[in-house]
Design a protein around this ligand. Structure first.
Ligand code: GAR
Length: 215
């Protein structure tokens, strides 16, 4: 089996990067993390990459005159490194339409909400304010729109009485770490196909329902 070569783009602590590194440490996993690239120098994600023996680069976006110039530099690095799939993992920067178009179908993101609800920032605070009883996370294909694009995998968690932003974020993050490696595996194995604007995944569905409060 040829493993698909993956670059993970990061901006911070990199716990989702760690989940991908851990999954890819198994040689039976269909993707290898070939490169980690951060737009913010000195972040912990870069250290995680180095510890795993993965090449890590920082490319400060402030060194570039425009979004397009930064994205073109990233694209050149990815192309030179023979990258097949790009994973955004806490990469807190919008990508230009040209970059999203070039990598369409091979560019995925994890978002801490059940999209299309709660796009953007402060998703846990907004979920608590809205009083939703179920919250969660999404891995989706990236389009030029922020936190938009066909959904690959989602996980739902209950919002519990007494939750604050931190407890809810921790419950969701645990699921991000489960579904991101799963989504990358499905994509790398070619089990993802488009049906118009939507993704159809060739994988078994869950059984039962998550009801909160419990009946
Ligand atoms: C994660 O919760 C991820 O879903 C979120 O940033 C965090 C990064 O954590 N991403 C977004 O909000 C993108 N819209 P990490 O650096 O520990 O993976």
């Amino acid at each position: 089996m040829t493993r698909r070569r993956v670059c993970v783009l990061v901006s911070g602590r990199g716990s989702n990067l760690q989940a991908l590194l851990d999954a890819a440490a198994d040689h039976a996993y269909p993707a290898e993390i070939a490169l980690v690239l951060s737009n913010v120098p000195g972040v912990y994600a870069l250290e995680r990459a180095e510890k795993a023996g993965v090449p890590a680069l920082s490319l400060p976006h402030r060194d570039f005159p425009s979004r397009e110039a930064f994205d073109a530099a990233v694209d050149a690095i990815l192309t030179n490194a023979g990258i097949d799939i790009v994973c955004l993992a806490g990469f807190m920067r919008l990508l230009s339409p040209a970059f999203a178009a070039k990598w369409a179908g091979r560019l995925i993101n994890v978002h801490p909400a059940l999209l299309p609800a709660f796009k953007g920032l402060h998703t846990h605070r907004r979920a608590l304010e809205a009083g939703v009883k179920l919250h969660g996370c999404t891995v989706h294909l990236v389009t030029p729109e922020l936190d938009d694009g066909p959904i690959l995998v989602q996980a739902a968690v209950p919002v519990l009485p007494g939750d604050d932003e931190d407890t809810l974020a921790a419950r969701v993050l645990e699921q991000e770490h489960r579904i991101y490696p799963l989504a990358l595996r499905l994509l790398a194995e070619g089990r993802v196909r488009m049906d118009g604007e939507r993704v159809v995944v060739d994988a078994p569905g869950p059984t039962g329902a998550l009801v909160n409060p419990a009946p």
